[in-house]
Design a protein around this ligand. Structure first.
Ligand code: MF3
Ligand code: CO
Length: 251
């Protein structure tokens, strides 16, 4: 289903959903340190969701077992929280969804656990910049290719691998709505987007090649060459003149 133009009431509920999501992700960043495990983070977000009378739409999505995806180092996305401790210097991606009053938002960020080498910091910064380059193209009448090309440009500039098999998407009533929003593409191409639609933009990059494979767990996606991977994502409302980032941390 192509993502619908949301009603004012649905938009207000998505704003609240996004605020809840951001407030929880921010806390996840604060508590993540060496020695912590993904399962502890998963328990933490379950508690936080409960406190806010919200639910985690990833749990049960095609059988996925948790409310959050945690992907470490060469894992790109959809890592399943486990009991392994994070090590200093690990690059960890947290991908999280919230459902509140029927409306879903989706957001992700990557961070380095503990002290970080400069190369890792720059890698994450460039990937996050590519997300904002894509977001800045968003307005009524934008084409998906305009967003894709803007993301690709930044990732190419930094010589990063661009994961092709996973893409951004419409969001709101479902976790994944059409259209797909690839992280590479051409200006002027692709579906037309309208004010009131809501999309998740989510560049996934690597410090090496772009090729990925799935683990035998049926979920975890990792780089084939073992290179580090990063992922940043926001849910964005398209407006007449621009956009509103519904999952922004400062809202
Ligand atoms: N945010 C993820 C994405 O857009 C959704 C994960 S669904 C899950 O791909 F089931 F893997 F959690
Ligand atoms: Co997503």
């Amino acid at each position: 289903m192509f993502t619908r133009v949301k009603t004012p009431n649905e938009i207000e509920n998505m704003r609240e959903s996004g605020r809840i999501l951001a407030s929880i992700l921010k806390k996840v960043k604060e508590i993540t340190r060496p020695g912590m495990t993904g399962l502890e983070i998963s328990d933490f977000v379950d508690e936080e969701l409960k406190k806010r009378s919200a639910t985690g739409p990833f749990k049960g999505y095609m059988g996925y077992p948790h409310a959050i995806c945690i992907s470490v180092n060469d894992e790109v996305v959809h890592g399943i929280p486990n009991g392994r401790q994070f090590n200093e210097g690990d690059v960890v991606g947290f991908d999280f969804g919230v459902k509140y009053k029927g409306m879903i938002t989706d957001s992700a960020f990557s961070m380095v656990v503990g002290k970080s080498a400069k190369t890792k910091k720059q890698f994450l910064k460039a990937t996050e910049q590519s997300l904002y380059a894509g977001i800045e193209k968003v307005k009524d009448g934008v084409r998906v290719g305009d967003i894709s090309a803007a993301i690709q440009r930044v990732l190419d500039q930094h010589n990063l691998g661009i994961v092709r098999e996973l893409v951004g998407h419409g969001v709101g009533h479902e976790v994944h709505e059409d259209p797909n929003i690839p992280n590479y593409g051409m200006v002027g191409k692709g579906p037309l987007l309208k004010a009131g639609m809501t999309i998740a933009i989510e560049p996934m990059s690597t410090l090496g090649g772009y090729r990925v494979k799935m683990d035998s767990d049926g979920w975890t996606i990792r780089t084939i060459d073992g290179s580090l991977s990063a992922h940043f994502e926001h849910t964005v409302l398209i407006t007449r003149n621009g956009y509103e980032i519904l999952t922004a941390w400062e809202n």
